[in-house]
Design a protein around this ligand. Sequence first.
Ligand SMILES: [Zn+2]
Length: 269
Amino acid sequence: MPELPEVETIKRQLNSKLAGLTIKSVVILKSGREKPEGNKFIKVLTGKKIKSIDRRAKLIVWKFVDGSALVTHLKMTGRLIVVDENYKPQKHDRIIFEIGPQHLVWSDIRQFGHMNYLTSNELNATYDKLGPEPLEIKPQQIAELFKKPKTRKVKVALLDQSTLAGVGNIYADEALFRAQIKPMRRLGQITAKERLALAKAIQEILKQAIKLKGTSSQDYVDANGEQGKFEKMLNVYGRKNLPCKICGTPIVRTVVAQRGTHYCSKCQK
Ligand SMILES: [Zn+2]
């Protein structure tokens, strides 16, 4: 699923192409994952002028000049791709927006994603449920978030969007490897020094992944339809039984928080 670096990449590309433009038309090919549904969605969005495309956590937020917003969650396989007017709709396309001179296609193979039109109050309420943005606070502040509850596993805390926003399965595993902490350790067992190392690891990895436009280990492509380049930097995620790049020990895959979890049993304590 796209995490902070992938969503940030898409957001930057969309913002540079769409900010300041007006939605001329909306065509729904497959209804059911947009709110309000069907014709109401078309009616409310047609004619809206885009102020900017923002990101909060893993959400792409289209902000309109009237204060309302369209919040998009890509989930597992969602894509937002800018195409030209000659584009022919494909099987998994849900909605096509005509925006200024270009078209934007939202497609989703597994259909878990959604698009919700919100008032500014509803948008604020959505933001309030999310933890801070990891690249907008200091490492010391991130470290504070991982002190308690003491019995909680560190990987579970990393995935909790109300603790810290934007980190998902890939970057949680990679940050824990870099900080040399086993994913099943409980917060109460983690030292202050380890917490700070984890906080710095999270920031370093997210920054590096944004620079490389994300990881395309699953279906992710950016708004230009191109893959990210962080995959070759992965140390543990998706590397089950492959040798650790530091010590050569085969990488272990286990399940923590119902999610596939990868770590080096030697490098991580
Ligand atoms: Zn190792």
